[in-house]
Design a protein around this ligand. Structure first.
Ligand code: HPA
Length: 248
């Protein structure tokens, strides 16, 4: 079976609006259980898979997500293009709350995550080129899709992946800004690297939920505000994805 696109939904995106004719698959993987069922369905006449990264009831914290099982399961079902939807904090000026960005770089600050398919007994070690961590082709299509859907999308930015589940300190974000990060999130890695290991075209749609700690003149981060911003940004995802599929 081949799939036109697989979507990994992050915080706030637990089912995909408009996905029709759905079938739920429980996939067994050599790496354990994925976050939940993979939902296979149809969107604008294309075959699409959807998986809720944190589980359908948001029970998995970022460091507890089985990224390997998730990526392996989607690949096993025929996904060759995967879109990761991730809630993020905004660090630099262009990345205010409710902005939608398609980052082009990653700095990985996570630790202790199972971050490679090579990490099993007897597996042949392959070193992947990760100079461009996201698929330039899929990124370009997302930018075009944003335009077609008449939704502003920021082209580029560096995603700093932190361990979570706590938000960062002001000093941590100041350091990340200095490092060159524009966005901060907890789930971008190792997902992107695992997708590359399997030869999947992977890109990220980053939804800015809040100014990161110490940014945007905010003294602290309000969780209700995060959820309100995220809901507004998440509502823009289906039209972008529909335009992406229509453009194929
Ligand atoms: N930091 C890390 N992850 C996030 C944030 C943040 O400020 N907001 C949404 N996800």
């Amino acid at each position: 079976m081949s799939l036109d696109l697989a979507i990994i939904g992050g915080t706030g995106l637990y089912t995909f609006p408009g996905l029709g004719d759905v079938e739920k698959r429980a996939v067994q993987t050599p790496f354990g259980e994925p976050s939940g069922h993979v939902v296979l369905g149809e969107l604008t006449g294309r075959r699409v898979a959807f998986l809720a990264r944190h589980g359908e009831a948001h029970t998995l914290a970022p460091h507890r997500v089985n990224y390997r099982a998730n990526v392996w399961a989607l690949h096993h079902l025929g996904a060759r293009r995967v879109l990761g939807v991730n809630a993020v904090g905004g660090i630099t000026e262009k990345m205010g709350p409710r902005v939608i960005a398609v980052p082009d770089q990653i700095i990985d600050y996570t630790h202790g995550r199972l971050d490679s398919f090579c990490d099993i007994e007897g597996a042949k070690v392959e070193h992947i080129d990760f100079t461009e961590p996201y698929s330039p082709a899929l990124r370009a299509e997302l930018i075009v899709a944003g335009k077609a859907a008449n939704i502003a999308v920021v082209d580029g930015g560096c995603y700093g992946a932190t361990q979570g589940p706590r938000l960062e300190t002001r000093a941590e974000i100041a350091r990340m800004r200095h490092d060159g990060c524009d966005l901060v999130g907890m789930t971008g890695m190792p997902e992107a690297a695992l997708a590359r290991e399997l030869g999947i075209e992977y890109a990220c749609l980053a939804l800015v939920a809040n100014w990161a700690a110490g940014c945007g003149g905010e003294a602290s981060i309000s969780l209700p505000e995060i959820y309100a911003n995220l809901e507004a940004a998440t509502a823009q995802v289906p039209p972008i994805v529909r335009a992406l599929l229509a453009g194929k």
